[in-house]
Each structure stands twice: as structure tokens, then as C-alpha cells.
Write a protein that binds this ligand. Structure first.
Ligand code: PGA
Length: 253
């Protein structure tokens, strides 16, 4: 099994004080763990402060989104160079909330993904189907389309920096988790796609995280699946007790 990669997606939550406290607790508990990669993606305005807190540990800092331009008249946006400037090595891209609430298309996400590779940022690229799509038997088609379009014009060197997060939209923030077997089936489908697009060795090295109501009581069974290499955690990453418990479980597998 690969070293699991557990990332907290804090979304638009926490005050600066609480974010700094949480990052400090993560650093002291898990900052030097060797069997698990740990990342946190705080709100963009907190990144500089959080970077200072986690400096000197193995905790990875990521943003939740970037724009594909370096600078310019893009009110409200931040660039890859900006997040690098404040200590990020990673960013989430194509999260279902960006797709469904803010109307981001595969083409738009693809531009940002390619910019990550130019800027040497590792993207955590999210894909996932809605409940309606799943119930209509379209899961694989939807995932394939998101992968095909999102990863368009990327090469094997790019793929080495890539993490994929499979996040069924119906499982995000709903308390409903895909069963480990259900999730693994899609992960295996994603790995097969990556193997055809890049090559089998690269595909087997790419971390494919599961996301969607991951909690301390389901993370072990998810991570025990062959093709599940980590987790992108929303709600349960906002409290140190539950996040640290999940990290401890991941580290012990
Ligand atoms: P959740 O969110 O763990 O609260 O379901 C996961 C995500 O959106 O990344």
C-alpha cells in the first residue's frame, strides 16, 4: 500500500484564531509522522498565517482554488504564483462546489490544472457524479468525461505531480458515504483511465483520494481498499479530535 495522503479541506470555515489553533494541534500531533502524508487547505486569507504555524513540519499546505492567469483584472481571484508565495505546494481544483455552485466547467478547470504544472504546484483534481447521474447508470461516463476534459493536453511528467480526488457529489457534506466497495470500483475505473492515458507505472503511483463524509469510523475500511490511497476530508477535518483520529488510523494501516 502507498503512503496514504490525508487532506483537510476547510472550505469557508473557521476564524483566523481557530484556524491557527487547529493547524498548531495538527503540527504537534502529526507534524513529523512518516507513514502518512498530511495536508490542509485553509481559506486563502489564512494561508500566510497557517504557513508560519506549520513551518518545520511535514504538513503540506494547499489552497482551495487558483486562477490560471498570473495576475491582472480578475477581481476576487488568486493565482498559482500567489499561493506559492505564501507557502503552498498544492491546490484543490475542480471541487464539486466550484463546479455546481460557481459554474466551473471542465475546460476552465483544465486551464487551471495546466497552469499548476507550469508553476510547479501539485493539483488535487476532484471528480464525481451527482446522485441523479449515479441512479441513471452514468457514473463511469461522467467520471471519464471529467478526466478526459480536465486532463486534456497534460503529459506523463505532469501526471507525476497529480493527485485525484473521487468525490461523489451525493456524499459530500450529507453524511452518506459511498461504501468502500462502491468507491473502490470508481477508483479502479479512474486508475485504468490513467493507465491508458499515461502509463501503467505512472497510474499506479498516482494517489487517488476518496472524499465525501469521510469520518474516523469509516476511514479505515475505505483506506483498506486496493485503489483508495487517501482521503479529502471536509467537515470532519475542522475539529482536531476527529482529524487527528483519522490521521492516526491512516498512519497505522
Ligand atoms: P465532507 O466534504 O467530508 O464534509 O463530505 C468533503 C469535500 O467536499 O472535500
Amino acid at each position: 500500500m502507498k503512503k496514504p495522503f490525508i487532506v483537510g479541506n476547510w472550505k469557508m470555515n473557521l476564524s483566523l484564531k481557530d484556524a491557527v489553533k487547529l493547524a498548531g494541534e495538527i503540527k504537534s500531533f502529526a507534524g513529523n509522522m512518516v507513514n502518512t502524508h498530511i495536508g490542509i487547505c485553509p481559506p486563502a486569507v489564512f494561508l500566510s498565517d497557517i504557513f508560519k504555524v506549520i513551518t518545520g513540519s511535514n504538513v503540506i499546505l494547499g489552497a482551495q482554488n487558483i486562477h490560471f492567469e498570473d495576475n491582472g483584472a480578475f477581481t476576487g481571484e488568486i493565482s498559482g504564483l500567489m499561493i506559492k508565495d505564501v507557502g503552498c505546494t498544492h491546490t484543490i481544483l475542480g471541487h464539486s462546489e466550484r463546479r455546481h455552485v460557481f459554474g466551473e466547467t471542465d475546460e476552465f478547470i483544465n486551464k487551471k490544472l495546466k497552469k499548476c504544472f507550469v508553476d510547479d504546484i501539485s493539483p488535487i483534481f476532484c471528480v464525481g457524479e451527482t446522485l441523479d447521474e449515479r441512479e441513471n447508470g452514468k457514473t463511469n461516463d461522467v467520471i471519464e468525461g471529467q478526466l478526459q476534459n480536465g486532463l486534456k493536453d497534460t503529459n506523463t511528467a505532469d501526471a507525476k505531480k497529480l493527485t485525484i480526488a473521487y468525490e461523489p457529489v451525493w456524499a459530500i457534506g450529507t453524511g452518506k458515504t459511498a461504501s468502500p466497495e462502491q468507491a473502490n470500483e470508481v477508483h479502479a475505473f479512474i486508475r485504468d483511465f490513467l493507465s491508458k492515458k499515461y502509463d501503467a507505472n505512472i497510474a499506479s503511483d498516482i494517489i487517488i483520494q476518496y472524499g465525501g463524509s469521510v469520518k474516523p469510523d469509516n476511514i479505515r475500511d475505505l483506506l483498506m481498499q486496493n485503489d483508495i490511497d487517501g482521503a479529502l476530508v471536509g467537515g470532519a477535518s475542522l475539529k482536531s479530535d476527529s482529524f487527528l483520529e483519522m490521521i492516526e488510523i491512516a498512519n497505522s494501516i
